[in-house]
Write a protein that binds this ligand. Structure first.
Ligand code: ADP
Length: 203
């Protein structure tokens, strides 16, 4: 029997294209370590389902696989992220920031507080072929509105154009680590635990 390990880093961003496994891994880590999981995609889908003003603003972009405008996202997520960050529990950002200007806004809010700002930005790297395969499989399983063949291609292009530049942004901040996201879910979790500095619980 293994006791739950401890981790050394508690404030992370998962940075990866659609289908790379951000949500799956974020859920695992947040439940194992009590980190707050903030998924901008989940929050948007909830806003759409509840028919709120943000939901109505975001709905068409979501369905097309376009990014929702930065102002709308920042409005929805920034204060939540700051509250989670300052709560001291630790947090996992999944899907936000997704553009350089979102990353700059986050840095402007928290960058001067090293004890609450991100400790690591983890890039899950997965080949294009594998991403397409996983997204189509998810389309069959979950029927998410943006998991259709043409929308998937568009989301991958949007990632390359608008989100990929974040890799250089976090590299410059000395926060970027790349993990091979093409392994099994358990192997990816193990690799993430390694990055987070997991060590076995003392008995
Ligand atoms: P995936 O990573 O599989 O695309 P998400 O649930 O993270 O799934 O995001 C789904 C959609 O929500 C995106 O295609 C985009 O329209 C919107 N979205 C999520 N996060 C953001 C963000 N930070 N900025 C702009 N749009 C976003």
């Amino acid at each position: 029997m293994h006791a739950a390990p401890h981790i050394r880093l508690h404030r992370l961003l998962l940075l990866a294209p659609p289908g790379a496994g951000k949500g799956t891994q974020a859920k695992r880590l947040s439940s194992q370590f009590g980190l707050q999981h903030i998924s901008s995609g989940e929050l948007l889908r909830q806003e759409v389902a509840a028919g709120t003003e943000i939901g109505n603003l975001a709905k068409d972009d979501l369905a097309r696989g376009d990014l929702v405008p930065d102002e709308v996202i920042l409005d929805m997520v920034l204060s939540r992220v700051c509250a989670a960050a300052r709560s001291g529990r630790g947090y996992i950002l999944d899907g936000f920031p997704r553009t350089v200007s979102q990353a700059e806004a986050l840095h402007q809010e928290l960058g001067s507080e090293p004890e609450v700002y991100l400790e690591v930005a983890i890039h899950l790297s997965v080949s294009r072929e594998e991403l397409r395969r996983r997204l189509l499989a998810r389309a069959h399983r979950e029927g998410r509105a943006d998991d259709t063949r043409s929308t998937i291609e568009h989301r991958l292009e949007v990632f390359d154009g608008l989100t990929e530049p974040l890799l250089a942004f976090y590299e410059r901040q000395g926060l970027l680590v790349t993990v091979n996201g093409e392994q099994s879910e358990d192997q990816v979790t193990a690799a993430l635990l390694d990055v987070l500095g997991a060590r076995p619980a003392r008995v």
